[in-house]
Design a protein around this ligand. Structure first.
Ligand code: BGC
Length: 488
């Protein structure tokens, strides 16, 4: 059952919606550079204009109001605020833009959750080594302090970095995200490490300089699939699943919530692979220095991005120096799972419930915000997206069970995404929005999908309901599902 005060939200990210890539003194980011290189993105598309939210913010606000969201998660474009990434040069127009967004949200009784970094590093910092350079952490900390100082009187929920593992792996090992590096087996670990250092510095800055007055909460958004053994009880599959979970969720959650360091399983898998390959340098997984701010305890809540699940079996290590070999686990899909739009998105709402329970049990029952979850469409647009309506409802039911039956302290849910937008390397071919955006229309018209409309109805119902009514909604949902399963 969803508690009173539950955050009903939707999320977006600056590069995916804003456009205005050169407007009013914004500096270039690594995604500007990446998209402008040939062959990087589907049909050479880019986020130069995207949903043009830089100019059309008020249209987005109408969408937010139409749904009745209580919360809206947005990210700040670092290079729009600080064109070269440093506080030496400030772009006042960027500050004005985000001030307006935040003030407008609050005026409509919508609480902002603000992400400082969602994949778009200022290019000027990439030119100095980007996330691979140790110095980036202190530069990020200065940027974070600037944002806390400028917006923190009104923003109470902060995410420092979105999905560090995606930035690290897709951007620096697989090369399919900006900055497009393919340095297998080392760079991703280094990038993840510097992201954790940057996050921890920013959290400590908030904690000592801003929290006493601003009283907000800061976390890091971790993406994770739910993983379970292909053949439960088979020793190899169980071990492979444990390893895979350590490389997925554990990589960032362990340092923040458990030990202040990476999971031991992860380090030993990497080190033993290094040994097998005759790699003689120091561990490819860096170590945290005792002289720097501690990592443990630097998340005020658990921010989870969940999309999908996988079954895991042993294998996948191909004797190469790369993350896939290090984790030595092969992920497969269950044939019964519905694939939604893109090939990686097997819809498994039950996996979310299991993951939430795992988080509760493993990380000492933290407050959890589901900071992203959603379903995509490809091909001909369906405004009446009946299937996606069902997927959202199935998911809400699983979240309700996680809260009501498993006792997980889930505080909110943010659908990805408010709008159809620039879906990274897939360009505009994949649509995750609750609102359709007509990218062929000069006005970039936004039209609510049926799933958006129904999400809005659910929100209104819950916002208005008394506790007794809420319980009734929940039991009806459960009974409906039982009835449904009798007939399947
Ligand atoms: C990212 C979003 C992205 C979504 C769907 C998440 O990993 O944070 O930026 O659009 O997944 O792929």
């Amino acid at each position: 059952m969803f508690p009173r005060g539950f955050a009903w939200g939707a999320a977006t990210a600056a590069y995916q919606i804003e456009g205005g890539w050169q407007a009013d003194g914004k500096g270039p980011s690594i995604w500007d550079t990446f998209c402008h290189e040939e062959g990087r993105v589907f049909q050479e598309q880019d986020g130069d204009v995207a949903c043009n939210s830089y100019e059309l913010w008020e249209k987005d606000l109408e969408c937010i109001r139409q749904l009745g969201l209580t919360h809206y998660r947005l990210s700040l474009s670092w290079a729009r605020l600080l064109p070269d990434g440093t506080t030496r040069h400030l772009n006042q127009k960027g500050v004005q833009y985000y001030n307006k967004v935040i003030d407008d949200l609050l005026a409509c009784d919508v609480s902002p959750m603000v992400t400082l970094y969602h994949f778009d590093l200022p290019q000027a910092l990439q030119d100095q080594g980007g996330w691979k350079s140790a110095g980036v952490a202190t530069i990020f900390d200065s940027y974070a302090k600037f944002c806390f100082q400028t917006f923190g009187d009104r923003v109470k929920l902060w995410i420092t970095i979105n999905e560090p593992s995606v930035c690290a792996k897709l951007g620096h090992e697989d090369g399919v995200h900006a900055p497009g590096l393919k340095e297998q087996g080392t760079a991703a670990y280094l990038v993840g490490h510097n992201m954790l250092r940057a996050h921890a510095m920013a959290w400590h800055s908030y904690n000592s300089l801003f929290r006493p007055k601003q009283k907000g909460a800061v976390s890091l958004a971790i993406n994770s699939d739910w993983l379970e053994p292909l053949h439960p009880g088979c020793e190899e599959d169980d071990a492979a699943t444990g390893r895979d979970l350590a490389f997925t969720l554990g990589w960032f959650a362990w340092p923040l919530f458990v030990t202040g360091d990476y999971p031991e399983i992860m380090r030993s898998a990497i080190d033993s692979q290094s040994e097998k390959l005759g790699y003689t340098g120091s561990s490819r997984l860096p170590r945290f220095s005792k002289d720097e701010p501690a990592i443990l305890g630097t998340a005020d809540f658990f921010a989870l991005n969940y999309y999908t699940s996988r079954k895991v079996k042993a294998g996948g290590g191909r004797g190469q120096m790369c993350m896939k070999s290090d984790r030595d686990a092969e992920e497969v899909l269950d044939p019964s799972w519905y694939i939604c739009g893109v090939s990686w998105l097997a819809v498994v709402p039950g996996g979310l419930r299991k993951l939430l329970k795992y988080i509760k049990d493993t990380f000492n029952n933290p407050a959890v915000y589901i900071t992203e979850n959603g379903f995509s469409q490809v091909g001909p647009v369906q405004i009446e997206d009946v299937q996606r309506c069902k997927l959202f409802k199935d998911t809400f039911l699983e979240v309700a069970k996680a809260i009501g039956e498993d006792g997980v302290d889930v505080r909110g849910y943010f659908a990805w995404s408010l709008l159809d937008n620039f879906e990274w390397a897939d360009g505009f071919s994949v649509r995750f929005g609750l609102f359709h955006v007509d990218f062929s229309d000069a006005e970039l018209r936004r039209t609510v999908y049926r799933s958006g409309r129904e999400y809005g109805e659910i929100i209104i119902k819950h916002k208005r309901a008394t506790d007794v009514q809420r319980l009734k909604i929940y039991t009806t949902l459960i009974n409906k599902q039982r009835l449904h399963s009798c007939f399947v």
